[in-house]
Ligand binder design. Structure first.
Ligand code: HEM
Length: 135
């Protein structure tokens, strides 16, 4: 059984991504990066992608082709600050769902790695800031 099935299939991903985009909508600085006035289409793309990634139907690739996430984020300045905002909203959305472990941990782990991989712009904050390392 896929993680998609284990956590409740499409309905769970609908709730996750809806809660996530409520967070984005309320975060003016992150919201400003999203090009469309209506967040609905972006919500649908993220939902389809996550469903596919976690083992559900592959509608995302049928409609959009290979995900190539890094390339698709190239037009948007993903700074450390934006990555952290994105993560905060996703973790808050996860918390609204009360998902089983270890599936929730597997998802948090994926989001952390993927969000880190998508950073493509420097916002001037030293990468070690706040990590207690000598700068
Ligand atoms: C786990 C990390 C992430 C995943 C899995 C993810 C996934 C996606 C996907 C699937 C799309 C739609 C691509 C397409 O088909 O065109 C997208 C778009 C976008 N993402 Fe991300 N993303 C992540 C992190 C971030 C971060 C950290 C930012 C911070 C700025 C960000 C900002 C955007 C923006 C502005 C778009 C364009 C909205 C749209 O679809 O029209 N993403 N992302």
């Amino acid at each position: 059984m896929s993680l998609y099935d284990e956590i409740g299939g499409e309905e769970t991903f609908e709730r996750l991504v809806q809660a996530f985009y409520e967070g984005v909508a309320a975060d003016a600085e992150l919201r400003a990066l999203y090009p469309e006035a209506d967040l609905g289409p972006a919500e649908r793309r993220l939902r389809m992608f996550l469903i596919q990634y976690f083992g559900g139907p592959s509608t995302y690739s049928q409609e959009r082709g290979h995900p190539r996430l890094r390339m698709r984020h190239a037009p948007y300045p993903v700074t450390l600050d934006m990555r952290d905002r994105w993560m905060r909203h996703m973790l808050a959305a996860m918390d609204t769902l009360d998902l089983p472990e270890p599936q929730a941990e597997q998802m948090r782990d994926y989001f952390l790695r993927a969000a880190h991989m998508l950073v493509n712009s420097d916002d001037g904050i030293p990468p070690t800031a706040g990590h207690g390392l000598p700068s």
